[in-house]
Design a protein around this ligand. Structure first.
Ligand SMILES: [Zn+2]
Length: 541
C-alpha cells in the first residue's frame, strides 16, 4: 500500500492545556489519537519562536544551518522580513519533489514566495497581501472561491496583530470567532485539495491557537473553545483520510506573561544603544500613541478586515514597526533582535554601518552577558534572565548570520524588541539621569501569553504503535521521523533523529547524501526526473 503522511501543525499547542483537557474528555479526537498512537512533548528551538521552530520542523536542521532566527532577516542591520529564500537548506517538499513525490503544503509560516514543487503550495504567515501571488501553481489562487476550493483567509503578521490586541481587550468573543473562521478556512481548503489529487505528503499549519494564546491567555473558556475547534478539524481530517499516517506537532508551547523585558532599554541605559534623538521628544512614541488611540476608537465601528484593506493605515502600521529607524548607528554598538531574544553587535567589517572593532568584540560580548545575567525586576528583584549565550553555544560554529548573543528568559518573563519609554513621559523628563525601566508588567502590544519551550508531538496511523510515549523529541526530529514513515532514507546532513521505537515494524534507517539526488529548490526537467528515478530505484526506496 502506498505510504502517505499528513502533518498537522498546531501553532503553539501547549502540553499543559492539551493534557488537562484531554483527560477531562474535552478533546475527544486528540485523546483518541494519543491512545491509539503515540504522544509526547516536543522541544522547540532556542528561543522558542515560530519562525526558527517551523523552519527546523520542515528542514530537520538547527537554526544555525537553516539560517532563520526570527521573522526578520539577520544579514544586515536594517529591518527586513524573511522570505522562503532566506532558508539555506531544503525543506521536506524539496526532497520529495526531487524524487517525484507530491506534496500539498498549506499555510506553513515563511513559505512566501511559494516554491515550485510537485504538488500545491499556499503560503502562510509573512505573505505580504491578498494581491501577492501566494500559490503554486498560480492558477490555484483563482480557485480559492466559495464555489471551488473555498475562501482562504490570509493571515498577515503586523497588520493583523495590531487591531487584534484591541479586539482582545474590547471584543474578545469577536476575536475568537475571527480566529476560528480563519482556521476553518485553512483546513477546508486543504481537505478539498487532498480530495482532488494524488499526494504523498500533506502539511497544513493551524495558526489560530498561537493568536488566541497570545491575546486571550487569561480567558481559558475562550481558549478551550479554540482548542475544541482544532480538535474537531483534526477529527475531520483523520476520518476523511484514514489510510494516512498523521503527525500533529506544535512549534512551541505557551505560558502566561508576568513580566516583559526590554533588552533595548538595558542597552540604552548602558550607553551601547544610542537613539537618533532625545527619547522624551521621540515623535514615534507620540505618533504610536495617537495611532493606538485612533485605531481603538474606530475598531468598534469598522471590522478589522476592512481596516486591513485601507492602504494608508497599513502603511502606518508597517512604518511604526521598524525600530532600526530610531537608532543612530554611528554611535550604537548593540541592539536587540529576534523579538528581543537576541543581541546584535554592530561589528566593523561585517556591516557597513558597524563601529565595533574586532578586538573589542569579545570584551563587549562579555560585558553584555554580565549586564543581562545581573538584571533584576525593578519591584520584585527577581532575576529576569536564565542564561545569555554566545551564538556558537546554541547554533554551532558554522552558523549563518546568527544574532551574536541569545537570551534565554526566566519562566513567566518575555521580551520585546522595542525601546520602551516610561508610560508617563513628563515625569521622566524631569529626572536628570534618564534611565529607562528595563521591565514592565503590562505589554504594550496587548499580549497576555507568550511562547514556552515545549510543544507537542502526536503520531497515529498504520505501523505506528499504540499508547507509546515519545521521549526527548525535538522539532528537528519531525523530518527524519516522517521520512522513516515514508520509507525514505534520511538526508545525512540533518540534525534531527528518527524516533524509531514508535513503529511496529521498524523501517530500514538508511541515511543518504541527498545533494546527489536533489538539486535544491529547483524544478527538474523530465530527463532529470528520470535520472533521479533510476537512482531512487537503485536505492530501493
Ligand atoms: Zn508559533
Amino acid at each position: 500500500m502506498k505510504k502517505k503522511v499528513v502533518i498537522i501543525g498546531v501553532d503553539g499547542a501547549t502540553p499543559d492545556l492539551l493534557e488537562l483537557w484531554m483527560k477531562e474528555g474535552k478533546l475527544p479526537h486528540l485523546q483518541k489519537i494519543k491512545q491509539d498512537g503515540t504522544y509526547g512533548s516536543l522541544e522547540s528551538t532556542i528561543p522558542p519562536f515560530s519562525a526558527p521552530a517551523w523552519a527546523s520542523i520542515i528542514t530537520g536542521c538547527n537554526p544555525g544551518k537553516h539560517g532563520i532566527y526570527g521573522f526578520e532577516s539577520t544579514s544586515s542591520l536594517e529591518s527586513h522580513l524573511i522570505t522562503s529564500s532566506s532558508r539555506k537548506v531544503p525543506a521536506l517538499w524539496n526532497y520529495l519533489t526531487s524524487i517525484g513525490l507530491n506534496s500539498i503544503i498549506v499555510n506553513v509560516p515563511n513559505t512566501y514566495p511559494p516554491e515550485k514543487i510537485d504538488g500545491v503550495m499556499i503560503t502562510g504567515l509573512l505573505t505580504p497581501s491578498d494581491e501577492s501571488n501566494f500559490t503554486y501553481p498560480k492558477t490555484v489562487k483563482d480557485r480559492l472561491t466559495k464555489e471551488d476550493l473555498g475562501i482562504f483567509e490570509l493571515e498577515q503578521l503586523w497588520v493583523d496583530d495590531f487591531p487584534r490586541s484591541y479586539m482582545a481587550k474590547y471584543a474578545p468573543e469577536r476575536l475568537l470567532n475571527q480566529i476560528i473562521d480563519q482556521m476553518i478556512s485553512h483546513v477546508s481548503v486543504t481537505i478539498n485539495l487532498m480530495k482532488e489529487s494524488d499526494w504523498d505528503l500533506t502539511m497544513v499549519v493551524i495558526r489560530g491557537t498561537d493568536t488566541a494564546q497570545h491575546f486571550l491567555y487569561k480567558r481559558k473558556d475562550l481558549l478551550l473553545s479554540c482548542y475544541q475547534k482544532v480538535d474537531e478539524l483534526i477529527g475531520t481530517m483523520v476520518e476523511n483520510f484514514s489510510d494516512a499516517v498523521f503527525f500533529v506537532v506544535s512549534d512551541h508551547g505557551f505560558e502566561e506573561i508576568k513580566t516583559i523585558l526590554y533588552p533595548d532599554n538595558v542597552l540604552y541605559n548602558a550607553g551601547l544603544l544610542v537613539p537618533k534623538q532625545d527619547l522624551s521628544q521621540n515623535p514615534t512614541s507620540i505618533f504610536d500613541y495617537l495611532v493606538f488611540k485612533i485605531i481603538s476608537s474606530i475598531l468598534r465601528i469598522i471590522p478589522p478586515k476592512t481596516i486591513k484593506k485601507i492602504k494608508f493605515i497599513k502603511k502606518i502600521l508597517f512604518s511604526s514597526s521598524s525600530k532600526q529607524k530610531l537608532i543612530d548607528f554611528s554611535k550604537t554598538k548593540a541592539f536587540s533582535t529576534a523579538d528581543g531574544r537576541g543581541i546584535r553587535i554592530c561589528r566593523k567589517g561585517r556591516f557597513s554601518e558597524g563601529i565595533v572593532d574586532p578586538d573589542e568584540y569579545n570584551r563587549l560580548c562579555k560585558e553584555i552577558q554580565t549586564l543581562f545575567e545581573k538584571l533584576q525586576h525593578p519591584d520584585t528583584k527577581e532575576h529576569l534572565v536564565e542564561k545569555i549565550y554566545r551564538c556558537d553555544e546554541v547554533y554551532g560554529e558554522k552558523a549563518k548570520d546568527p544574532p551574536d548573543l541569545v537570551i534565554d528568559v526566566k519562566k513567566g518573563v518575555t521580551a520585546a524588541e522595542w525601546i520602551r519609554t516610561p508610560n508617563v513621559l513628563s515625569r521622566w523628563k524631569k529626572t536628570k539621569k534618564r534611565i529607562l525601566p528595563v521591565a514592565f508588567s503590562d505589554d504594550s502590544a496587548g499580549r497576555s501569553g507568550d511562547h514556552a519551550k515545549y510543544g507537542v508531538f502526536f503520531a497515529h496511523g498504520n505501523n505506528i504503535k499504540s499508547n507509546v510515549t515519545i521521549k526527548n523529541a525535538n522539532v528537528m526530529d519531525v523530518l527524519p521521523t516522517v521520512f522513516a514513515t515514508l520509507d525514505l532514507p534520511v538526508p545525512n546532513d540533518v540534525d534531527g533523529k528518527v524516533h524509531d521505537y514508535i513503529f511496529v515494524e521498524k523501517p530500514s534507517l538508511e541515511t543518504v547524501d541527498w545533494d546527489k539526488y536533489s538539486p535544491v529548490k529547483q524544478t527538474l526537467s523530465d530527463s532529470e526526473k528520470q535520472k533521479i528515478k533510476k537512482l531512487k530505484d537503485n536505492l530501493k526506496i
